[in-house]
Design a protein around this ligand. Structure first.
Ligand code: PEP
Ligand code: MN
Length: 653
């Protein structure tokens, strides 16, 4: 039964209710929600709900009518989000797991992981213990296979999932597996379910070959009742009279399950259809039907596969399927989870960290902050100013690499330019902030930018034909550049990159627009300084870290993103909430949402008011405005994707 507690229940009443239930042999789970706190009580012995209803502090009692209790929607109204080392199932985004049917050797696994990661999978699969129909078929590599799976996953930053067929294998698996899979053939192996559930780790529970939805949920109940809270249901096709496909994929199970359970639901189109040409259409159909994720077989050489080759996608087919999912997901209100964005060409870290600093691996407990560009970049100066006690500045090739370094753990923080007072927003970073959902803004710093024209020793302004800089460098010096209309402008990834290029060329006709410090670093001459159009030229940088890694005790700023429906008054309604909660909106930016022509994502910067109490109170105001936004989004669907990018302290320099 579900016991809804009174809003301001006293602790001793709560303890008394729990003790009463436990005395009656019921197991009690407390679920604290935004609106109400409930006790879920399950057990074999039935007690009269009226006996519970009269206890002080109880608002109402709802008996669970279904045979499965903890798995039921009645037990928990909100969807469960299963988080496997940062990969989420059951939230707003869909997560894709890919890899071969079975682990066969190191090379095959490494190649599988590479293809999976490059095309956007967020988790790697591979069977090490294979439940084969024939005892003469390949049975899997066992313990060695589990280790190879892990090694390949680690090499590409992917958590791993593999099937467990017997509790005997737990000791061989426990140190390597992030997510256990109970296969279709073992769905009703109740002893196995109990043992795996007791590990308290996340589990994928595949639907049995001929299991009804109720039997499937009863199997999930075994896992939940044994101790894990993280069960993902996987529809993988059922036995019917139809022979054209290996099984019949029951996509109607998705909406049926949605109503019955709070557990996330993923789909395995590979084992359902049994032939690779039918896999992608069914994966897309599953996303359209509301699946929280896909698990799919992909092999670098399906013809060579030791099992399920015929249904394994070629890497190119997987890549195409991922691109199609990317297009389809927003149509049904979902995004696609990603761990790392594809690395851009030439994105290997450039140079080594700034002098006196060491790579992240040898950081001696010092803070490491990544930035785009090499020695002399403005972001490097921002790092030096932001960290009073010094930090190691880690140069990377571009903005995405900054974020990747933060996600990888090579850096604790990343320094990203977000807007300039002359040239405006750095759109690329606005987009990056929305694309990666595992980072957040934890700080901000404003730096005065003074540009200089730098060239090799012996050069003169009149002899120049080419100017090198980052597009922002050019944009901030338009008035100066207008005086030299014949110069060709060559864009570089960073201003420091422009300086190093010019220095390396030794060419007296080339100059770089960059900070004066680069003259010393690269042995260049300052031909002109202060060439920015207006001396009041500032760039605001944001400091990012992995989500949840740091918390800012005294935030004075917040950045929030949200999307509105293209409908009269929807943006007005969203912004009105900031006014209503006394929040000072300091900037509003909009960016097109990729793949959804003419829909926009809004970024709102909010200065948290002073003098209204402490920062906790200020933070509460933001949360109150957001909670209301979220409510509107649920009620009318006009505001969506509300996300706090960060509550942080802005540091002016
Ligand atoms: C598998 O995922 O490799 C597998 C054997 O799946 P199922 O249990 O759905 O047949
Ligand atoms: Mn298989």
């Amino acid at each position: 039964m579900v016991i809804v507690l009174e809003k301001n229940i006293r602790d001793d009443d709560k303890n008394r209710i729990r003790a009463f239930l436990e005395k009656n042999s019921l197991r009690v789970n407390e679920i604290a929600g935004d609106e109400e706190t409930i006790f879920g009580a399950v057990g074999r012995v039935g007690i009269d709900p009226r006996e519970v209803e009269i206890l002080p502090g109880v608002q109402r009692v709802i008996p669970i009518s279904k045979p499965y209790k903890m798995a039921s929607r009645e037990f928990k109204r909100d969807n469960t989000v299963v988080d496997v080392r940062g990969v989420k199932f059951g939230g707003t985004s869909v997560s894709v797991i890919a890899g071969p049917c079975a682990v066969e050797n190191r090379e095959q696994m490494m190649e599988s992981a590479r293809c999976a990661a490059e095309s956007g999978a967020v988790m790697l699969r591979g069977g090490a213990y294979k439940p084969r129909t024939s005892p003469y078929a390949f049975q899997g590599m066992g313990e060695e296979g589990v280790k190879l799976l892990r090694e390949a996953g680690d090499a590409y930053g992917l958590p791993v999932v593999t099937e467990i067929v017997s509790a005997e294998h737990i000791p061989a698996m426990i140190d390597y597996v992030d997510l256990y899979q109970i296969g279709a053939r073992n769905m009703q192996n109740f002893e196995l379910l109990k043992k795996v559930g007791a590990l308290g780790k996340p589990v994928i529970l595949k639907r049995g070959l001929s299991a009804t939805i109720e039997e499937w949920l009863m199997a999930a109940e075994y896992l939940l009742a044994s101790g894990t809270e993280d069960v993902i249901l996987c529809e993988r096709g059922i036995r019917t009279y139809e022979k054209a496909t290996r099984n019949t994929l029951d996509l109607s199970a998705i909406p049926v399950l949605r109503a019955l359970t709070h557990l996330p639901i993923i789909v395995d189109p590979s084992h359902a259809v049994g032939a690779r040409d039918k896999v992608s259409p069914m994966a897309l159909a599953a996303i359209a039907a509301g699946a929280d994720g896909i698990i799919v077989e992909m092999h670098p050489c399906p013809e060579c596969a030791l099992s399920d080759g015929a249904q394994s996608l070629y890497p190119e087919q997987f890549e195409k399927m991922m691109r199609d999912i990317e297009v389809l997901a927003p149509v049904v209100g979902r995004s696609v989870s990603r761990r790392r964005l594809p690395t851009m060409p030439g994105a290997a870290p450039v140079g080594s960290p700034v002098s006196g600093s060491k790579p992240a691996a040898a950081r001696d407990g010092k803070t490491v902050c990544a930035y785009s560009g090499g020695r002399g970049a403005y972001a490097e100066q921002a790092i030096l100013r932001y960290y009073d006690d010094g930090a190691l500045a880690l140069p990377t090739a571009n903005f995405r690499e900054v974020i990747n370094a933060v996600i990888d753990g090579r850096a604790d923080f990343g320094m990203l330019p977000i807007e300039n007072s002359l040239a405006g927003s750095v759109y690329e970073n606005y987009d990056n902030l929305a694309l990666y959902d595992d980072i957040e803004i934890v700080g901000s710093v404003t730096l005065r930018i003074e540009h200089s024209l730098l060239a090799c020793k012996g050069a003169s302004i009149d002899g120049l034909t080419h100017a090198y800089s980052h597009p922002q460098g050019f944009a901030q010096c338009v008035d100066f550049l207008d005086k030299y209309p014949s110069w060709k402008h060559i864009e570089t990834d960073s201003t420091s990159g422009a300086a190093s290029l010019v220095a390396a060329s030794g060419d007296l006709t080339k100059a770089a627009i960059a900070s004066e410090v680069n003259a010393g670093i690269y042995g260049l001459e300052v031909l002109r300084s202060g060439i920015e159009t207006n001396p009041r030229n500032y760039t605001r940088f944001v400091v990012v870290s992995r989500a949840g890694a740091v918390s800012c005790p005294n935030p004075n700023h917040a950045t929030v993103i949200f999307t509105t429906e293209n409908e009269p008054g929807s943006l007005h309604g969203a912004l009105g909430l900031f006014v209503k909660h006394g929040l000072n909106l300091t900037k509003l930016e909009s960016r097109p949402i990729q793949g959804e022509p003419w829909r926009y994502r809004f970024y709102a910067n909010v200065a948290l008011p002073e003098g209204v109490g402490d920062s906790v109170v200020a933070g509460e105001r933001v949360r109150a405005a957001l909670a209301e936004m979220e409510k509107i989004s649920q009620d009318r669907g006009v505001v969506q994707g509300v996300r706090v990018l960060g509550l942080y302290n802005a540091k002016e320099v």
